[in-house]
Design a protein around this ligand. Structure first.
Ligand code: ADP
Length: 363
């Protein structure tokens, strides 16, 4: 059967509509020659109309895409269902346009109808985003490695400094004058603070580098474990910790969730008000397709202006002489929440306690 000349069959209003379309509308006969094309083809392919009409569709394609598209068109001509494919269309200047084609054969008209969307800009953007994401991933991995190596390698000389300082203290403490004892004490204190800082930095970098090992975590068991680890601090402060009888399961990495809870609970006890013993309430409930954990205290509270800042690395609202710490705990908590696809935030009233919430999505 001879292919129909679809151009001649077209009523004038259809032809005007075709001219208006930003998409590439047209048809190929069953030999793969373009029998009809809208003006959008000329713009996208940067070719004059007479270089398109009658041309083999295959020749308009980027050489690497020809076989795949030819196979798709053959399948259509053989009676296959409507298909969609993305192909690069060659331009005379050597560049190419990305086109997303939908195609359907019409045995009665003896052709394959084609509708194509020029997605060159989108593909360029995707490519750029992909490159940027790769660059960021690389930079992040390097930073991660740097943080780990730096903190790991710092720990070794520090152990040596600490043990010699302790030796000095043990062997010569009281034999030198009072000022010398005081100086040694400062040095021991400084080394101890540095050890805490290195430990916290290592914990922070590990959260980024380790694969998340998510499982159904028994919260009651985890909370019990964390409370035992904080036993001395809780006892010393006289804190009362309220834990609900029933806690939901959370789909999380148990080690990381334990670190998060431990940091929040330690802070709830540490930032207590001077005039009252700490009361801490732990809560967990299903919320918005996940579980929201809450650690609420009756401590000193947080000024409005600092509610976001405290989650940043090294951000502290008090001097070390008031409350000890490294300023890494909440940054670590936020990193753990982020890695789980969740979030962390605080509600607080200065002087009247804080409630830290962590939302972790379900599996
Ligand atoms: P650190 O506890 O080592 O100081 P964090 O990152 O855990 O560091 O906390 C950052 C700061 O946020 C703290 O120094 C403190 O000022 C504030 N903060 C954290 N938790 C509480 C809390 N429960 N009550 C009041 N302030 C808090």
């Amino acid at each position: 059967m001879d292919a129909l000349d679809t151009t001649e069959l077209m009523p004038a209003h259809a032809s005007r509509l075709l001219a208006l379309s930003p998409d590439l509308l047209g048809a190929c006969d069953f030999d793969g020659r373009v029998s009809l094309h809208s003006p959008a083809w000329e713009r996208t392919l940067a070719r004059p109309g007479d270089a398109i009409t009658g041309a083999a569709f295959r020749d308009l394609l980027h050489p690497e895409d020809r076989d795949e598209v030819a196979a798709a068109l053959d399948a259509l001509a053989a009676g296959g269902p409507a298909a969609s494919f993305t192909a690069r269309m060659g331009r005379p200047d050597g560049d190419h346009a990305w086109v997303l084609w939908s195609a359907q054969a019409s045995p009665e008209d003896g052709c394959v109808y084609l509708a194509g969307k020029d997605i060159t800009e989108r593909m360029k953007l995707e490519d750029e985003l992909h490159h940027r994401a790769q660059g960021l991933e690389r930079a992040n991995a390097e930073l991660q490695e740097f943080a780990f190596i730096a903190s790991h390698d710092l720990a070794e000389p520090l152990r040596m400094i600490t043990s010699y300082l302790e030796l000095l203290q043990r062997r010569y403490g009281g034999q030198l004058d009072e000022t010398a004892d005081e100086f040694i004490g400062f040095a021991v204190g400084g080394a101890e603070r540095m050890r805490k800082l290195i430990d916290d930095l290592l914990a922070y970098s590990r959260v980024g580098s380790h694969e998340l090992d998510r499982a159904a975590v028994d919260l009651a068991e985890l909370v019990g474990h964390v409370l035992r680890a904080l036993g001395p601090a809780i006892e010393e402060s006289g804190a009362e910790v309220e834990v609900p009888d029933v806690l939901p399961a959370v789909h999380a990495d148990p080690t990381q969730l334990g670190q998060l809870l431990q940091n929040l609970l330690a802070n709830a006890v540490k930032f207590r008000a001077p005039d009252r013993p700490p009361r801490v309430r732990i809560g967990a409930e299903h919320d918005d397709g996940g579980v929201r954990l809450t650690v609420a205290d009756n401590g000193i509270g947080i000024p409005d202006a600092h509610r976001d800042r405290i989650f940043k690395m090294f951000a502290r609202l008090h001097g070390r002489d008031e409350y000890d710490g490294t300023g890494i705990g909440l940054a670590l908590c936020r990193r753990i929440a982020d890695r789980h696809g969740g979030r962390i935030w605080v509600e607080s009233q200065l002087g009247d306690g804080s409630a830290f919430h962590v939302w972790i999505p379900a599996a």
